[in-house]
Design a protein around this ligand. Structure first.
Ligand SMILES: Nc1ccn([C@@H]2O[C@H](COP(=O)(O)O)[C@@H](O)[C@H]2O)c(=O)n1
Length: 590
């Protein structure tokens, strides 16, 4: 863990179930490779994960089974370790590559900005050479204009110990917001490609499909059906991501799919046991699958390896932690802009409400930062999409790191001047409709303006009772309090209490449940409105990211506006404006 990180906390644990073929899975880490310095249950860092994987590989070798590491993209954008440097990722690429990942693919965040896609192609693809898979993604070299696969389309390899044949794919969901130096092929088209049809005809023991795709999204179903058509008995294992939740499901009795959360809070675990070798395969052979969502908690990592603080860190892992410390120091990530007077939640507290981060932005930040000196006398509606805010703010120092954790994007505030108020006031309602504004595919679903979790979670989840009291949250597993005296009831921390299609025993750590309040896709502040009556026209101010949705909403309301009408409203990114507001408005020291 990093110096100054919260001390890990003991908690009751569920063990990992090993099989013949085992996997560790990370997804949507978004630059959190230094761990969660303010949250004890997730405060291990990438160096600890390197140590953990080394021990787990050793155990696999000793037991004659196999362990593979998987990463399903969105490694960038969302933390100072990646975002605070110039160029972005100056330290991150070298830190990330220290983990020996066996199968890796791209997420949408590697592709929003052309320079990010360039760096992915320049650094991560060669760093992982034959491990990187891009089944439906091409890269365009903007200097030569040459279009090429981002990486190999699929990978066939043998596992180390049992020599199991694996055919692996690496997909991205049907993403349309990518920069023009990349091309994402819709999955339904990719599966018709000659190379794919040949790959699914390869003799193999297991198919592994990794993807920056939610395990309930149609893209995975399409791939599953296409492989299964020709391979009725072969195990097909899916590793997904993108929607930032812990989730698992099975598409049939010989398939299994796991998604492993977000922000390096979770290290996913999947194991498969039974007759995996194709020579032994028959209608009668049975497979068993297990999943665990491992909290990125040092004490939990000790527990799963049977080691302790003295024996756990490997030399390599320790060195990686030191690389992170050096980068964090050089980037001055602990520099505090101000002191957050209280914790502001994205989803744990209702919106509107006094502890909601969105209410804070709407009521306090926007009225101050949505100001264009040349148009300061024009009343305006300022709209921010809730998906642009990526994390909670904890009471205490608000640092350079926190800035990027909360608001990592380069989005700016843009506007359309002098929109009739009668029309402008109705825009927010259309943006906040569930589903799509129109039947056409552009812009995509309105929910893409909100946080990714809300692609899956449509209703608030309110836990009035602590389920641990009944004991059944342990799923029948023996209770193993770490670091607590015998007979003492362990103290529980708040955290994940996952229910997936397999049951409610997926989390490796028993937590107190937390609430999840759904929030609208967008929030809006009325700024400098007349004290009496309504304005005739307003400036309609909004994050540039949501321009396609705003234009469609205006069109539906009878306003013929296009991209030419959209202008920059305030200099600087929203992130810079927010950090500036904090510096000015919150006490410097805690
Ligand atoms: N400039 C941007 C880019 C993205 N968003 C929000 O992030 C969501 C995607 O997040 P994932 O981690 O799931 O890929 C997207 O749907 C937007 O809500 C943004 O606000 N601004």
């Amino acid at each position: 863990a990093q110096p100054g990180a919260a001390e890990p906390v003991p908690a009751p644990m569920r063990d990992l179930v090993w099989g013949k073929l085992n996997f560790l899975h990370t997804t949507d880490t978004h630059g959190w490779h230094g761990g969660h310095l303010q949250e004890p249950q997730y405060s291990a860092d990438w160096g600890d994960y390197v140590s953990f994987a080394e021990h787990m590989r050793k155990k696999a070798d000793m037991d004659g089974v196999d362990l593979l590491l998987v990463d399903t993209g969105d490694r960038v954008e969302g933390n100072g370790l990646y975002d605070a440097s110039s160029p972005k990722g100056k330290y991150y690429y070298d830190i990330y590559r220290q983990q020996d990942v066996d199968i890796i693919c791209t997420g949408n965040h590697e592709l929003y900005i052309a320079s990010t896609a360039d760096r992915e192609h320049l650094h991560t693809v060669p760093n992982f050479k034959d491990k990187y898979i891009a089944s439906n993604l091409d890269y365009i070299d903007t200097r030569s204009g040459e279009r090429m696969p981002m990486a190999q389309r699929y990978r066939k390899f043998q596992t180390k110990n049992q020599k199991l044949d694996i055919v692996a794919f690496g997909f991205l969901f049907d993403f349309t917001g990518n920069a023009n130096n990349t091309v994402v092929q819709p999955v339904r088209e990719t599966v018709k490609e000659k190379w794919f049809q040949e790959a699914v005809r390869e003799e193999t023991d297991v198919f592994v499909v990794i993807g920056h795709v939610g395990v309930r999204m149609p893209e995975f179903q399409t791939i599953f059906r296409e492989i299964r058509k020709l391979n009725p008995l072969t195990p097909i294992l899916f590793f997904g991501g993108h929607v930032h939740i812990r989730d698992a499901t099975a598409y049939d009795a010989r398939s299994f799919a796991v998604a492993s959360g977000r922000y390096f809070e979770t290290i996913g675990w999947m194991s498969v046991d039974g007759e995996l070798e194709r020579a032994a395969r028959s209608e009668r052979s049975r497979l068993s699958f297990h999943r665990r969502y491992i909290d990125n908690n040092l004490l939990g990592l000790h527990h799963h390896t049977g080691l302790n603080a003295t024996s756990f860190l490997t030399e390599h892992g320790r060195n990686v932690s030191a690389m992170i410390t050096k980068a964090r120091t050089e980037l001055d990530l602990d520099y505090a802009f101000g002191c957050a007077p209280k914790t502001l939640w994205m989803s744990r507290s209702p919106y509107p409400g006094q502890n909601s981060i969105y209410s804070w932005i709407e009521n306090e930040v926007l009225p101050d930062v949505a100001v264009n000196p040349r148009r300061k006398d024009v009343p305006r509606l300022a709209i921010v999409n809730t998906g642009s805010i990526r994390f909670d703010i904890f009471k205490g120092p608000f640092t350079r790191d926190t800035t990027y954790i909360v608001s990592p994007f380069l989005s700016k505030m843009t506007y359309i001047p002098d929109v009739p108020y009668a029309m402008a006031r109705k825009v927010i309602k259309l943006l906040n409709n569930a589903g799509k504004i129109t039947a056409s595919s552009t812009p995509p679903d309105n929910r893409f303006m909100a946080i990714p979790e809300q692609l899956v979670i449509h209703e608030s989840i309110i836990n009035n009772e602590v389920s641990f009291a009944s004991g059944d949250d342990l799923g029948g597993a023996p209770q193993k309090p770490l670091g607590e005296g015998a007979g003492q009831r362990p103290r529980l921390t708040e955290g994940y209490t996952t229910r997936d299609d397999i049951g409610n025993d997926g989390d490796d750590t028993v937590h107190l449940p937390v609430n999840f309040y759904v929030v609208p896709n967008c929030i809006q502040a009325e700024v400098d409105f007349p004290s009496d009556g309504e304005p005739e026209t307003v400036d309609l101010v909004f994050m540039d990211f949501i321009t396609p949705w705003v234009l469609i909403a205006l069109r539906l309301l009878g306003g013929e506006y296009s991209r030419e009408h959209v202008q920059l409203y305030v200099e600087g990114t929203f992130t810079e404006l927010m950090a500036g507001w904090i510096e000015k408005s919150w006490p410097k020291r805690c």
